[in-house]
Ligand binder design. Structure first.
Ligand SMILES: [Zn+2]
Length: 428
């Protein structure tokens, strides 16, 4: 069904009419510091919000055994969230359209040093076009857009003529196990849309991500006998240099990976955290390095993990100290493969129409170099998985913010997309 111009205008206006409420709701989400393992309150809030709108509700926990048994399951270690996954379900009176999942995650990454932020990290402060706060862009604005796009249809007396699942997950920033659990729970649809902050573009291809920790153990000594000790922190710098070599090799292979060949540096290895030693005057006997590296779509997490483990072992064998104290590599988070959104799906064409109507410009697509939950729906549900959302700045950084005018445009495009993909019927 192609939407006529009059209906399109009404939907875009309905998004505008609800936008003050949408900003206030988004701000409320940003003001809840939903760090890993602390998402229970915000998931309850989402649950109440969807329930109050009349959606049928489902809430479930992650099944650790089922996740561990699935090839797309990431490693579950200490710190893994046990917050519930929440799903609001819209059922039409008559299922005549195509069903849809609208997904978002409400976990956020740590805010970093507060004194580096212009305002407290969970302020939700609005200044001009921007709303600030950890998670504002990634992706509380998107979580709100899922709800308010559906609200806009109701505001004109309509609702989707197909089943719509509004999924709110956690663990997107560390394992992707929340999204995987929705699949293991049996949820699927004809398409999924995830409004991550993607600069008003559609993600065409996305890398996989794995996390690992290299554990080095040295020999503790007083510094006066330093020559006899083995400094685990010094050893860590040698190991990270070896890891940079794998990163360079994987980047050099980009020509063999469609969608990535024109990127300057598609594979990023991040040395994210380093911890070690006990005392300024003792030779450190231990050091742990937490790393994250990306993989091209089509490369399995197992294969990448093997390459990393083998490389570190080979380097250790060549190192005077490490050959007697081989480092241990522990995979402790993301263990996820990348995906490619194949061109030519109806879902993409529908989104492109909606985008053109709401934004007045053709929809562009691009590749992204960081983990996305969309991979679960692309690889396992095997449905068109659309990742598309607003303009943001500094996600995972300092002074993260999201453009409110962009959020409004994207919400309008989403409402148009839902209307065309699912069809419409008079609201219940
Ligand atoms: Zn995100």
């Amino acid at each position: 069904m192609a939407l006529d111009a009059d209906l399109q205008a009404k939907i875009i206006q309905a998004v505008a009419d609800g936008f003050d409420d949408q900003i206030a709701f988004t701000q409320g989400l940003v003001q809840m510091p939903s760090l890993r393992g602390h998402e229970h309150a915000i998931q309850d809030h989402l649950h109440r919000t969807l329930q109050s709108r009349g959606y049928a509700m489902d809430r479930f926990r992650m099944d650790h055994a089922a996740i561990a048994a699935h090839p797309g399951g990431s490693k579950i270690t200490e710190g893994h969230s046990d917050a519930p996954i929440v799903v609001g379900i819209h059922r039409p009176r008559q299922e005549t359209g195509r069903s849809l999942i609208l997904q978002s995650h409400l976990d956020v990454v740590p805010e970093g040093l507060h004194d580096m932020w212009s305002d407290p990290p969970f302020s939700g402060k609005v200044e001009g076009d921007w709303m600030f706060g950890r998670g504002a862009g990634d992706m509380k604005a998107g979580a709100a857009a899922n709800i308010f796009a559906l609200d806009a249809l109701r505001r004109i007396g309509m609702q989707p003529a197909a089943t719509v699942y509004v999924q709110s997950v956690v663990e997107e920033e560390s394992t992707g196990n929340g999204a995987l659990q929705t699949y293991l729970q049996g949820y699927t649809a004809d398409a999924v849309l995830i409004p991550e902050p993607e600069d008003e573009k559609l993600v065409r291809a996305n890398v996989g991500v794995i996390w690992f920790q290299v554990q080095l153990r040295g020999v503790p000594k007083h510094v006066r006998e330093m020559g006899e000790g083995a400094n685990a922190i010094d050893a860590a710098t040698r190991v990270t240099a070896a890891l940079r070599e794998i990163e360079a090799e994987w980047n050099a292979d980009k020509a063999n990976h469609p969608h990535f060949e024109d990127e300057a540096h598609p594979i990023n290895l991040n040395i994210g955290k380093i911890e070690g030693g006990d005392w300024a005057s003792s030779v450190p006997s231990w050091c742990n390095i937490d790393c994250r590296v990306s993989l091209y779509p089509g490369v399995s997490a197992d294969d990448a993990a093997r390459q990393i483990t083998d490389r570190i072992a080979a380097f250790a064998a060549s190192d005077g100290f490490l050959k007697n104290n081989p480092p241990k590599v522990v995979f402790n988070g993301f263990y996820a493969e990348g995906y490619v959104l194949e061109e030519g799906t109806d879902a993409e064409a529908t989104l492109a129409n909606a985008h053109l109507s709401a934004l007045g410009a053709p929809l562009e697509s691009f590749m992204t170099p960081s983990y996305l939950d969309t991979r679960v729906y692309a690889l396992y549900n095997q449905i068109p998985a659309l990742c598309y959302g607003p303009i943001s700045r500094n996600i995972h950084g300092i002074d993260e913010c999201v453009s409110l005018s962009s959020v409004q445009r994207i919400t309008a495009a989403m409402a148009l997309f839902i209307a065309e993909w699912c069809g419409l019927e008079p609201a219940a």
